[in-house]
Write a protein that binds this ligand. Sequence first.
Ligand code: DX5
Ligand code: ZN
Length: 222
Amino acid sequence: MRTIQTSASILSADMCNLEAVVHMLEQSGTDMLHFDVMDGRFVNNISFGIPVLSAIRKKTDLFLDIHLMIADPLQYAARFAHAGANGITFHLESESDPQKTIDAIHACGIPAGIVIKPMTPAEAVLPYLPSVEMVLVMTVEPGFGGQAFLWDMLEKVRFLHRAAKEQGLHTIIQVDGGINAETAPAAVEAGADNLVVGSYLFRQENPKMVIDFLHQLSENKK
Ligand code: DX5
Ligand code: ZN
């Protein structure tokens, strides 16, 4: 049995009450807090960055899972690490050299992950698969919460899950975008280990029920 982990994206949370949000996420039992950084260049939106991360770090011991949707992750990786990141993922489509960026993240003593957008083939990750702890398959176009899950992405999850297994790697496959009660079981079935959940979590009265539901998908995992 494999264990399914959750990473709660605060992109859809109440930004005026982040301390309460962080406290609520601690109570929910989520494994990670997912922190979406957007620079208005790599994606068509701007979210939050280093000062907000430092502020959250002071309030919680939760694993802070940083998703960099920025043009030059190599330039900023160490600063996010020093601000309190427990893990950093960055886009293969960014302007930075992927291996140098992985090495820069590892040099800070934290795990590194590569993210691919919906139009990027899963094969593009293969050269870096042995070097990363996580691969994030975007199941929506990055930039905004609340979008519909792209079912075609499950094929990429299946491919990468199989590739890691064949190489004897324990790479975590994460999915991000449109995760809900209908899409999460399919993502897990395809081989996802870690589910980012944003708007679905914050729409519910009881976020703990959502996290419990996602965790129990572990039982069904082959
Ligand atoms: C989108 C972000 C996601 C987003 C997910 O660019 O990377 O993490 O917050 O939100 P939902 O779960 O609402 O699709
Ligand atoms: Zn994200």
